[in-house]
Design a protein around this ligand. Structure first.
Ligand code: PEP
Length: 254
């Protein structure tokens, strides 16, 4: 992984036609500008085959991500997809613990930790989403919430769990809103997360990155990326339109 690492999370959006057009324009851009970071596109799983056929995918200029995975390996789990199936389909990066899954699908920290464990077993790269609600921010509990979401991973997978992994710090109140956290707020939390994980791993952590997610646009991305502990972004809305997405890549790849 080379930073900055940018993940476009398409959620439940797109059609075959729209996605093909988006990827065609992204391919042209990547071939022309050869951006130096890591670009990951997390489409609805049914459309990920479109990425696999691109020459920029074969040349590892962009990567395919999943938005979720099941916490079982195989068996009677209708509608689910397992870590080894993702591996089989060359989908290397997997978002887990997104707040929309935690809320809409009642995913607990325990379930998320089990998913993390299974992804590591398959040598896949988890993008673990953590972050506080508005009320938890008001109550000054940001560190406490992050620690809880991190500790369960460390307790399940060991002190080196975060080797070769990404944490996406996503304040829940910022996701899908007009209000990003300020660059200094994000830097404060990102630095806290890095220090916490460094201490827990005895400063032996390797290939660990911290992203920010929540209302990132071409207007705020330059100042956010200038902060020392922000290694990239998990982007929802702004990843759906190719002109906006390219603008963001250009701004963070200077
Ligand atoms: C997200 O869903 O992870 C996200 C950050 O969304 P948005 O960029 O739209 O706030």
């Amino acid at each position: 992984m080379i930073k900055p690492i940018i993940v476009g999370n398409w959620k439940l959006n797109g059609t075959k036609k729209k996605i093909k057009k988006f990827l065609k324009l992204l391919s042209l851009f990547v071939k022309k500008y050869n951006p130096k970071g890591t670009i990951i596109i997390s489409l609805p799983i049914i459309y990920t085959y479109i990425i696999k056929n691109l020459s920029i995918f074969k040349k590892k200029k962009i990567f395919s991500g999943a938005q979720n995975v099941d916490n079982h390996v195989l068996g009677s789990f209708t509608g689910e997809i397992s870590p080894n199936m993702l591996n089989d389909m060359m989908i290397k990066y997997v978002i887990i613990g997104h707040s929309e899954r935690r809320f809409n699908h009642k995913e607990t920290n325990h379930i998320v930790a089990n998913k993390f464990r299974l992804l590591k077993q398959e040598n896949l790269i988890p993008i673990l989403c953590i972050g506080e609600t508005k009320q938890e921010k008001v109550d000054n509990r940001i560190e406490e919430v992050c620690i809880k979401q991190i500790d369960i991973i460390l307790n399940t997978c060991g002190t080196h769990a975060f080797d070769n992994s990404i944490i996406a710090y996503e304040p829940i109140w910022a996701i899908g809103s007009q209000n990003s956290a300020t660059p200094s707020e994000v830097q404060y939390v990102a630095q806290f997360i890095r220090q916490y994980i460094n201490i827990k791993s005895n400063y032996k952590i390797k290939n660990f990155f911290i992203q920010y997610g929540g209302a990132v646009t071409n207007k705020n991305v330059s100042e956010l990326i200038s902060k020392e502990d922000i290694d990239g972004f998990l982007i929802g809305r702004s990843s759906l339109e190719i002109t906006e997405f390219i603008k963001i890549i250009k701004l963070i790849n200077i």
